[in-house]
Design a protein around this ligand. Structure first.
Ligand code: FAD
Length: 319
């Protein structure tokens, strides 16, 4: 009996969202009086023993060329086999893009109950009850899992990462990995861009920017902040910005520390994609814009006047 935490990686580096699930899994293991162990798939450049500082005692690694690109079916099979090999009874996975595709498949393979999108540690005083968000983050549901093995996918940014001093033992797990049915023939990366789902800071624009020719004002601010750029759905639909930047219910869901919204009204479908941001700053000329209700800081004003001044001030601070 242990808690196995899937520590997701990209380009040989453990993702930020993994540190959060490692902390969560270690706290859960302490609550259950058991040990927390991590699982890493593929080759990683980071020092895996250092994951011990998040509270795991062991890091299991499966190395195989077939794990180079994420394939949900292949990953789920390997994770499920690792659960059996390590004797884990609780599996924790981030509810990020990879986790969403993988967690339910892992649960199906293990005939385990799953809570997808958990937002807090389970209440284990009477059973195993996990709180999760529902209706695009508008409400919570408490879900009880009674199966012997339990799978939890944790909403990014819902748990504070805590790190200490520990070192973990690294163990190579020998699991046969089957070849993915879908072969990746090429990966085109936009160099220099911060990936939206992993970004600490996101600057996002809506119809208030009036057209693609005005995006310079947003890009300047994003550049100064080292931020990823995003947009509302109408902006993507109108091809002012590429579709992969569209955030919201029907787009990407982001969870940065800082989300700056420029000329976005704050429709519920947009908020569904950004409401896990730690701090939201809204710049809108309409004081009645609904986004202000969800904002931590709001500036009522014309973005074409406010944003260049803000960018200038940030430049001065950095000088
Ligand atoms: P608008 O609503 O037109 O808002 C523009 C804002 O800019 C206004 O608040 C205005 O006051 C402000 N503004 C204008 N000029 C300036 C200026 N000079 N300075 C400062 N502020 C200015 N939307 C999403 O974003 N993501 C989704 O995933 C999504 N999914 C949807 C799914 C469904 C099923 C449906 C029905 C809708 C969905 N939508 C989604 C659309 C959503 O309902 C809104 O229509 C959309 O988010 C509005 O985009 P916007 O805020 O950019 O534009």
């Amino acid at each position: 009996m242990s808690v196995l935490i899937f520590a997701d990686q990209a380009d040989g580096h453990i993702k930020k969202s993994s540190f959060e699930v490692l902390t969560y899994g270690a706290k859960l293991a302490a609550q259950l009086g058991t040990s927390a162990e991590a699982l890493v798939l593929g080759n990683v450049n980071d020092d895996l023993a250092s994951l011990g500082k998040y509270g795991v005692t062991k890091v299991h690694q499966v190395k195989d060329a077939n794990l180079e690109h994420v394939d949900a079916q292949v990953y789920a099979k390997v994770i499920a086999e690792a659960v059996t090999a390590t004797g884990a009874t609780v599996v924790v996975i981030s509810h990020n893009q990879t986790g969403k595709a993988v967690a339910s498949r892992v649960a199906a393979r293990l005939k385990a109950g799953i809570v997808a999108g958990a937002s807090a540690l389970p209440d284990t005083s009477n059973g195993f009850v996990v709180r999760k968000t529902v209706f695009s983050g508008k409400a919570f549901a408490n879900v009880s899992i009674s199966s012997p093995i339990k799978v939890i996918s944790l909403n990014p940014n819902s748990f504070t990462t805590v790190s200490g001093e520990g070192t973990a033992e690294v163990n190579v797990l020998n699991i046969a990995v089957e070849a993915p049915k879908v072969k990746v023939t090429a990966v085109n990366k936009v160099t220099g861009e911060v990936p939206l789902t992993e970004a600490d800071v996101v600057v996002s624009g809506g119809r208030g920017l009036k057209g693609p020719e005005n995006w310079g004002v947003l890009l300047d601010l994003a550049k100064e902040l080292g931020a990823a750029t995003a947009c509302s759905r109408p902006v993507g639909d109108a091809h002012w910005r590429p579709h992969h930047e569209h955030v919201g219910q029907t787009g990407v869901q982001v969870a940065p520390n800082l989300y700056i919204a420029l000329g976005i009204s704050g429709a519920i479908q947009h908020l569904a994609g950004v409401n896990r941001s730690k701090v939201i700053v809204v710049i809108n000329k309409d004081p009645e814009a609904p986004f202000f209700k969800a904002a931590d800081y709001g500036i009522v004003g014309d973005l074409f006047e406010v944003v260049p001044k803000l960018t200038e001030e940030i430049k001065k601070m950095k000088a």
